[in-house]
Design a protein around this ligand. Structure first.
Ligand code: AHG
Ligand code: MN
Ligand code: MN
Length: 337
């Protein structure tokens, strides 16, 4: 018999007391929003009730990246779905300069939701997998007003994290700190159905994901690691490696959760003052927690990502995550070159 997301959450709560009802509501609302984003993504150039979803919106986000129409639509879907339920205090997103506090007309809850509404949006027009990434924290301060400061908690404090990948299938991947579960969207039923539990990443791999066009800008430890992989059977690793780079972190991480691998978006010399390209709060932290929950590892080359103390909502970070032994190797190359 198939197990719906709702049933999974209820049973997790009953058996392990992990998911208070407010958090369950929050996760169900996020899943509902993802269904609606999935629908818009699927319609593509046909347009949906959410309007024309293709192309540029003619604006830029706080990081100076061009926003696609679908970035903004996905952002609005998540805000509108989540602001009235009474479970949230505030939200933060890649596509909004500052936090979105739940308006006064609605009750305020104790949770904080962060998201990358559409990850990999350069892949929209080319019909390659994209996704939504989310991270949930609890507001710990007793101050009545929510501020950006409330969000600046390390990834170890997350109470739920996940992503939804819009690919050949729409799959929601979730952790509440009790392993990783995957749910596939059944379009006829209109619900997410549990399709894999206790996801585990193999500790070793022969597959790496990195944007090779940046090679000349990499730091020595990253260059060393990739050179050794490229040397194959005859090199120090004694085995051939395969490469994949989808340019959607959700899709690359989904592959790693499915069959192992290592993903790297390291610091490089193109913008030396920035710690990396990816964002800590709504990309690296949720993905790192999922990866760790599946037995993998995630570091910035020196430290565990989940232990980094954030100082800014939109802060960037160098990311190395996936199969444990490979991540440890790259980290070792950084720490003791
Ligand atoms: P976003 O579309 O949310 O800005 O994120 C894109 C990110 C990530 O998903 C992907 O791994 C990386 O950018 C791809 O970057 P390059 O185009 O530099 O390879
Ligand atoms: Mn992204
Ligand atoms: Mn995005």
């Amino acid at each position: 018999m198939s197990i719906s997301l709702t049933r999974y959450l209820v049973e997790e709560q009953r058996a392990k007391g992990r998911i208070p009802s407010e958090l369950r509501l929050l996760l169900e609302v996020v899943a509902r929003a993802c269904k609606s984003i999935s629908h818009a993504v699927n319609k593509g150039a046909l347009g949906s009730e959410l309007g024309d979803v293709m192309g540029s919106a003619g604006s830029e986000n706080v990081q100076g990246e061009v926003q696609k129409k679908l970035d903004i639509i996905a952002n609005n879907v998540l805000i509108e779905a989540n602001e009235w339920g009474g479970h949230l205090a505030a939200m933060a997103s890649e596509e909004m300069d500052s936090i979105h506090v739940v308006p006064n007309r609605y009750p305020q809850g104790e949770y904080l939701l962060m998201f990358d509404p559409l990850d990999g949006s350069s892949n929209i027009e080319v019909n390659v997998s994209i996704g939504t990434i989310f991270s949930v924290l609890k507001k710990v301060s007793s101050n009545a007003a929510v501020t950006e400061q409330d969000f600046l908690q390390p990834g170890t404090q997350q109470v739920a994290a996940g992503y939804c990948v819009y690919g050949p299938q729409t799959t929601l991947v979730l952790t509440v700190g009790d392993g990783v579960a995957m749910f596939t969207l059944d379009r006829e039923q209109g619900s997410f159905v549990l399709t894999q539990e206790n996801v585990k990443i193999p500790e070793d791999t022969k597959e790496f994901a990195i944007n090779m066009s940046n090679m000349r800008h990499w730091d020595a430890p990253v260059k060393r690691y990739i050179d050794e992989c490229l040397a194959g059977k005859e090199g120090p690793r004694g085995k051939d490696f395969n490469m994949r780079w989808i340019a959607s972190m959700v899709a690359d991480v989904h592959r790693i959760l499915t069959r192992g691998g290592i993903f790297m978006y390291p610091w490089d010399k193109r913008e030396p003052e920035k710690p990396g390209k990816l964002r800590l709060m709504y990309e690296a932290n949720p993905m790192s927690w999922l990866i760790e929950q599946a037995g993998g590892a995630a570091t910035n080359g020196k430290q565990r990502i989940l232990e980094l103390e954030p100082t800014q909502l939109h802060q960037r970070v160098s990311v190395i995550l996936g199969s444990k032994n490979e991540v440890e190797r790259v980290t070792k190359y950084h720490v003791t070159p």
